[in-house]
Write a protein that binds this ligand. Structure first.
Ligand SMILES: Nc1ncnc2c1ncn2[C@@H]1O[C@H](COP(=O)(O)OP(=O)(O)OP(=O)(O)O)[C@@H](O)[C@H]1O
Ligand SMILES: [Mg+2]
Length: 316
């Protein structure tokens, strides 16, 4: 799996910022696209996932449990998971590669064999044998045991649990087999909160008692605390942008329009910041200016909205 080249390092001084601003356009573009600020909730959830995987410091990875990472569309789940998984690259041993953590991203267009096939592919087997569903599932499970995989992360799990009856049963049966019978690994399922009950029903988790769920939420625009955290997030992003100057994204004057456009969703805010950042590079601007935010936001105005984003800021 090739993860995005996350850019996490803040530029602390004017000199560091100047150096970053002088990098080639393609490098700056990629830094903006892949900027990652480990905000409070990000760190908290990453730590919880680490605890799920390795509950005892200095101990062994745990097996046999299922957990959920729940959060709405564009709330930052994939960034958390991919940033976690990339800390565990495959390791070459005398018995071949070991894959401590395997990350797969489910898709709507999968057929029933695909979860098994993806497990093969993500553990470095490019040519997957033609097999019946039952053998594919048993062999995929065996493959994970062979690779000593202790954590299987399935992102966009709603594509599994929202699937039609038979497919969904096949996916659930592989997951159950991995966790219950084989006790091979832990499984972390990520998706919107709406899949919580189908997941519980399919995996018969009620009786198991242990189904830890970690929730990623948007910043609540209605509370001062939520708005404050949103601004802290924006400032963290700002410190990582490759411009000569800070763009002051967390400024009070930007906040009302950013909230109006995004309702506190960091993914929607980043859509605007990233597009505005690209334009600022094109303009050879010292930082993202109000008119960059304005045009990025205007292009993304939901249909029916007539409000003019960042208009007043620009007039100042
Ligand atoms: N920690 C972060 N720092 C900076 N930007 C982030 C961070 N987390 C997420 N983003 C931005 O938000 C966008 C959406 O995040 P992500 O894809 O992780 O959300 P998701 O919950 O997986 O969404 P989906 O439901 O669409 O799969 C990312 O493309 C990225 O630009
Ligand atoms: Mg995602």
């Amino acid at each position: 799996m090739i993860y995005p080249d996350f850019h996490t390092r803040a530029f602390e001084t004017d000199e560091e910022r100047r150096a970053a601003a002088n990098l080639p356009a393609a490098t700056r573009q990629s830094m903006i696209k892949n900027v990652l600020y480990p905000y409070e909730k990000f760190v908290e959830i990453s730590n919880k996932i680490m605890k799920f995987h390795r509950p005892v410091e200095g101990g062994e990875p745990d097996t046999g449990w299922i957990a959920g990472l729940l959060g709405e569309y564009r709330s930052g789940k994939t960034f958390i998971l991919q940033n976690f998984a990339r800390q565990f690259p495959p390791r070459l041993t005398d018995n071949g590669f070991e894959h401590d953590v395997v990350y797969v991203q489910a898709r709507q267009d999968w057929d029933s064999l695909e979860l098994g096939k993806q497990i093969y592919m993500m553990t470095g087997v490019p040519a997957v044998p033609r097999l019946t569903i039952a053998s594919m599932n048993s062999k995929a499970a065996r493959r994970l045991i062979e690779c000593k995989t202790k954590l299987l992360i399935i992102d966009d799990a709603h594509c599994l649990f929202g699937a039609a009856g038979k497919r969904r049963a096949v996916y659930a049966s592989l997951i159950k087999y991995l966790v219950d019978q084989a006790n091979a690994c832990n499984v972390l399922l990520a998706g919107p909160a709406s899949i919580e009950s189908p997941m519980e029903a399919d995996l018969q988790m009620k009786g198991r008692g242990g189904f830890p769920r970690y929730r990623v939420e948007s910043f609540d625009p209605k509370t001062p605390e939520g708005r404050n955290k949103f601004r802290i997030f924006l400032h963290g992003v700002d410190q990582r942008l490759p411009f000569r100057q800070l763009s002051d994204l967390a400024a009070k004057r930007y906040l009302p329009d950013l909230l109006e456009m995004t309702d506190g969703s960091l993914g929607l805010a980043m859509n605007i910041v990233i597009a505005a950042g690209y334009e600022a590079i094109n303009d050879d601007s010292a930082c993202i200016m109000p008119h960059h935010l304005r045009s990025a936001a205007e292009d993304r105005l939901p249909s029916g909205k007539t409000f003019q984003p960042f208009a007043e800021v620009q007039a100042q």
